[in-house]
Design a protein around this ligand. Structure first.
Ligand SMILES: *Cc1c(COP(=O)(O)O)cnc(C)c1O
Length: 748
């Protein structure tokens, strides 16, 4: 495999005819003769911008002209430039070779702190260009050779090897595609390497994901080192699967489990699959629909025991003590918990503490996050409890979709059993894992190795802060006219990300609206930015006019911006390590454009032509008319309070979730129309989008609030086609009425 990483030579004389130019070009030629590409750049002016090219280079050679160092003021300036250049590179990259190139007497002017960070000073006239080239190329090659982590390295070698395969997959390294025209297109689109690297687990030299052997195992160990955990397992079916693996290692039928009520649906699936008896911890919510923290008191053994005592199925439990706690660590909106405080309360009481960190794999790489993530450098072990963190590598790091990982931190007393764990792992893993996903787990971890990983997280944090400042500045410039708010603490540092304590949630602050949260227990992850649209305040009161977020995000979608999640009057975007200034600037500009179009009530056919094409009934409306009608509808139904109440309402389980779902498998269910749902027991998950958080779990009864909400959603969807609230679980019955599958009344 040939990779393109040129040696970058920075020399003002690179193209000139003087001695220095001739010398450096001779060196460049000699390097090329050794088979390495060279990129010569002349401008010495902005060295730090070259430093940002470090990810594409195999080495840097910075040539210094002795004349520049004769005059003290100029010399100081040049040295300062070089120092900044080296610092900029070393901030991200500890290993790439950097050479200074110049006359021997020049080297004496270079201070030690700069020399220390270099691979060497190349003495211009002391050796032949060929000799120097061999030295530079050797260092550059060693550096490149050190980059790939074990599995990715083995895979690239294997794919380059060109051996004929007799095993699956049936496309034989892509050859099958070449036999058909549409297959040819597929091949050209994805390229040779993806297909050559798509191999089956019969290939011994790559090791096995399923038994964690060979290069796969070496990569998992490498990732465990980088993420500071005792064990790490790559998972190729997303954190949805990682969560189920953790559960099947720990939870058996009729075990009591403690679960965040706003958990991801995969955790609810795990409850159903294991036959557990769940007791739920209920997060706070504000009227923007933003999910807040579970109050700290809920994490005490006494509070949990009270919930168990109140649970109608606890009597049939194996043991009154819970087996596992699963907590969403970084909620959709970016609320984090102080993990040490939770460990302190529950160590020894709940034997397994599982943090669903699907959105938080970056936290271990920056001091900013302190104790607000599960496992990291120097974090103390529990005495008795095992810690799991499950992370979606693909959500915030550079993993392919479905790349995920499970981190394990053993307690002081030990007791994690890898071979037992692997039995649970195998229950959920395909016997044909996708090798490109494994490679991306491997590379995503290697990328996070400090200092590179720390720099990436720092950049996300900085860009997120810059974005917030830019939004505030637009607001100030508008002098009293309406503008979007970015949800977060009032105080925002004037530059940089500020102190981590700036991002803590303090009791009874108005911005969060979560009431008397415990001091120091929660913080907001700045990389998640929830943008609030006008029309609703944090108390749930509607203004005279407003802009439902769904209109803004449809508008943005038509302008090429797709956001992560849309609520009633909020939507959110993320500053992943893939963020760039350009991208968030575009967001700010488009929001300004939206404001302009809104203020002028521009006709929808002009500003949202695609949407109007699909829904011509809106053709004659203006953007402001549309917002106002939807807003009036929300207001009339007091929908902010309604959704808050429905999520906070007491939900009485009538059956264990597994028993209710068993009714589905046996078809002991019936489709019940919305208006007849009150008091009925759902057999399926009921999940409104937004926010995508399950509302009812199999075995729970519909109450009046939830039925009321479903009636509202039905009415809304009839009135505003194109803006439908999707409720998963709702199906169209034979007569066109919306229904939900409930446990048959004779059975429930
Ligand atoms: C997305 C998500 C998951 C599932 O992760 P996938 O990698 O998409 O399978 C689990 N938990 C939470 C909190 C999530 O947001």
């Amino acid at each position: 495999m040939r990779f393109h990483f040129p040696v970058v030579i920075i020399d003002e004389d690179f193209r000139s005819e003087n001695a220095s130019g001739l010398g450096i070009r001779a060196l460049a030629q000699a390097i090329e003769a050794e088979g390495m590409e060279v990129l010569g750049v002349m401008s010495y002016g902005d060295l730090t911008s070259f430093a940002q090219q470090q990810s594409r280079a195999s080495a840097f050679i910075v040539s210094i002209d002795d004349e520049q160092l004769q005059e003290p003021a100029e010399a100081a300036a040049v040295i300062e430039q070089i120092r900044a250049f080296v610092a900029e590179i070393r901030f991200r990259n500890a290993d790439i070779p950097i050479f200074l190139y110049g006359e021997t007497r020049t080297s004496r002017h270079i201070p030690n702190d700069v020399l220390r960070e270099l691979h060497g000073f190349i003495h211009m006239f002391e050796d032949t260009p060929e000799f120097i080239a061999r030295y530079v190329v050797r260092e550059a090659r060693n550096y490149l050779e050190s980059l790939p982590p074990p599995f990715f390295r083995a895979l690239t070698h294997y794919a380059a090897d060109g051996s004929y395969s007799w095993h699956c997959p049936g496309h034989s390294g892509g050859v099958a595609f070449l036999k058909s025209p549409v297959g040819q297109m597929f091949h050209q689109f994805f390229g040779e390497n993806l297909l050559r690297a798509d191999v089956c687990n019969a290939v011994e030299e790559l090791g096995q994901l399923l038994d964690h052997s060979g290069p796969v195992a070496a990569s998992e160990r490498n990732a465990a080192r980088i993420f500071h955990c005792d064990h790490l397992f790559f998972v190729t079916n997303g954190t949805s699967t990682s969560n189920k693996m953790v559960w099947h290692y720990t939870v058996a039928p009729n075990d009591i489990v403690v679960v965040d009520r706003n958990c991801h649906k995969s955790v609810l699936h795990a409850i159903i699959m294991t036959g557990a008896i769940p007791v739920f911890l209920t997060p706070t919510r504000n009227h923007y629909g933003i999910i807040g923290p579970i109050p700290e008191e809920e994490f005490s053994p006494e509070a949990i025991e009270a919930k168990i005592a109140a649970n109608p199925f606890a009597a049939q439990a194996n043991d009154r003590r819970p087996r596992i706690l699963t907590l969403t660590q970084s909620t959709y909106d970016g609320i984090l918990y102080n993990v040490e405080r939770i460990k302190e309360r529950l160590d020894g009481y709940i034997p397994t503490l599982h943090f669903d960190e699907a959105w938080l794999p970056h936290a271990a790489f920056h001091d900013f996050y302190g104790d607000f993530h599960a496992i990291g450098e120097g974090r103390p072990r529990c005495r008795e409890s095992l810690i799991f963190s499950t992370q979606s590598t693909h959500k915030l790091l550079a993993g392919l979709s479905q790349a995920s990982q499970i981190l394990v931190q053993e307690p002081e007393q030990g007791g994690f059993d890898r071979s037992v764990f692997n039995e649970a792992y195998l229950m959920h893993t395909s016997t044909s894992p996708q090798y490109a996903i494994i490679a991306s787990c491997d590379v995503a971890a290697a990328m996070m190795e400090p200092p590179g990983g720390t720099a990436l997280v720092e950049e996300s944090l900085l860009e997120a802060a810059e974005f917030r400042r830019a939004m505030r500045e637009v607001g100030r410039d508008l002098e009293g006219s309406w503008w979007f708010q970015v949800w977060g603490p009032e105080r925002l540092a004037e530059e940089g990300i500020g102190d981590p304590s700036d991002w803590l949630l303090h009791p009874n602050e108005r911005w969060h609206g979560f009431g008397p949260v415990s001091e120091g227990f929660n913080m907001l992850d700045p990389i998640k930015a929830t943008i609030i649209t006008p029309g609703l305040d944090v108390e749930g009161d509607f203004d005279e006019w407003g802009i439902p977020a769904g209109v803004v995000t449809r508008y943005l979608a038509e302008h090429g911006i797709v956001v992560e999640k849309t609520g009633l009057y909020s939507f959110f975007i993320m500053f992943t390590i893939g963020i760039t200034k350009g991208r968030w600037n575009t967001m700010v500009t488009e929001l300004q454009q939206f404001k302009d179009d809104f203020d002028r009530n521009q006709p929808l056919w002009r500003v949202m032509p695609e949407f109007v094409g699909k829904h011509p009934q809106y053709e004659k409306w203006g953007l402001r008319d549309l917002c106002q009608r939807i807003h009036a509808f929300y207001r009339e139904h007091d929908v902010a309070r309604l959704t808050t109440q429905m999520y906070l309402s007491e939900l009485a389980p009538a059956m264990r979730p597994a028993d209710a779902f068993a009714k589905v498998a046996r078809r002991e269910i019936e489709r019940v129309p919305i208006d007849a749902l009150e008091g009925r027991v759902t057999a399926v998950l009921v999940t409104p989008y937004p926010p995508g958080i399950p509302l009812l779990i199999p075995g729970e009864r519909f109450n009046a609030t939830i039925v009321h909400y479903l009636q509202f959603a039905r009415e809304f969807n009839r009135t505003f086609p194109g803006f439908e609230t999707d409720v998963h679980g709702l199906i169209k019955g034979e007569d066109g009425e919306y229904c939900i599958d409930c446990v048959r009344s004779t059975a429930g």
